[in-house]
Design a protein around this ligand. Structure first.
Ligand SMILES: *Cc1c(COP(=O)(O)O)cnc(C)c1O
Length: 243
């Protein structure tokens, strides 16, 4: 981005951030939650390093990527910029076992733990590198064909296996809802919270994180207990319009 484009883009990011923080706060207060319990994760998959740096200037510090190679690239760029020392990246997309090394040590949270096979591979690689990788189990709450993740029953079954793995630390659950369908989104998010409560009861794990809510449904997610809203287009795209 040239300097002129940056000067135009920064005020948009700043104004949009104020709106989003405000809307998250209002949704939280509607259900008597503390707004500070909800973290806004800026999904930077469609933008470059300059946009990330500008977003950081206006107050974002946690970003997310859905491709391992791009995550690695963005983390490397951020590490070269002392101003971005407090920036964190999360991994939110499909992760194949042969790409794990691009993510380990680069992502501070993996939202997309979607199979026992991946959990075992992540555990093994984390142990080899002497790191503990915080993870969320991705759950396909409504059984959509096109989505990855454990069914709720699979999540119940695999919980003990995952708990037994060293090198990964289970922090909660993640889901994605069908687009443009508020009632289905609410059902998915509410179901995710109930499943978390059940798994918490059974495991004794805190499972404090619920990652749900995107540009089109984040207020519903906050009302249903989300602690991590993953916002992409609404943060970065001036042409994004709420439907
Ligand atoms: C792209 C993406 C998002 C952000 O989606 P928007 O609708 O642009 O807010 C959130 N979560 C995942 C897993 C994504 O891939």
């Amino acid at each position: 981005m040239d300097e002129r484009s940056k000067e135009e883009y920064r005020p948009f990011l700043e104004r949009r951030r104020r709106e989003l923080v405000d809307r998250i706060g209002q949704a939280a207060r509607r259900v008597s939650r503390e707004p500070s319990d909800i973290q806004l994760v800026a999904v930077s998959k469609t933008v470059g390093n300059d946009e990330v740096a500008l977003a950081h200037e206006v107050g974002y510090s946690t970003f997310a990527e859905n491709r391992p190679q791009e995550l690695k690239r963005k983390v490397a760029a951020a590490r070269l910029n002392p101003a971005l020392a407090d920036v964190r990246f999360h991994m939110i997309g499909n992760l194949q076992t042969n790409k794990i090394n691009r993510v380990l040590g680069n992502a501070t949270l993996v939202h997309s733990l979607s199979s026992a096979h991946l959990a075992q591979a992540l555990s093994r690689r984390s142990l080899l590198q002497d790191v503990v990788t915080p993870c969320l189990m991705e759950v396909n709450m409504l059984g959509e064909e096109t989505k990855k993740g454990f069914s709720p029953d699979e999540a119940r079954e695999v919980l003990e296996v995952i708990m037994g793995l060293d090198g990964i630390s289970l922090k909660g659950l993640m889901t994605m809802a069908p687009a443009r369908n508020p009632s289905a989104a609410r059902k998915a998010f509410c179901g995710l919270r109930e499943l978390r409560d059940e798994l918490r009861e059974r495991s004794g794990l805190e499972l404090e994180e619920l990652s749900c809510g995107m540009s089109g449904d984040f207020e519903i997610a906050v009302e249903e207990g989300s602690t991590l809203v993953r916002l992409g287009r609404i943060v970065f795209d001036p042409t994004y319009e709420d439907v």
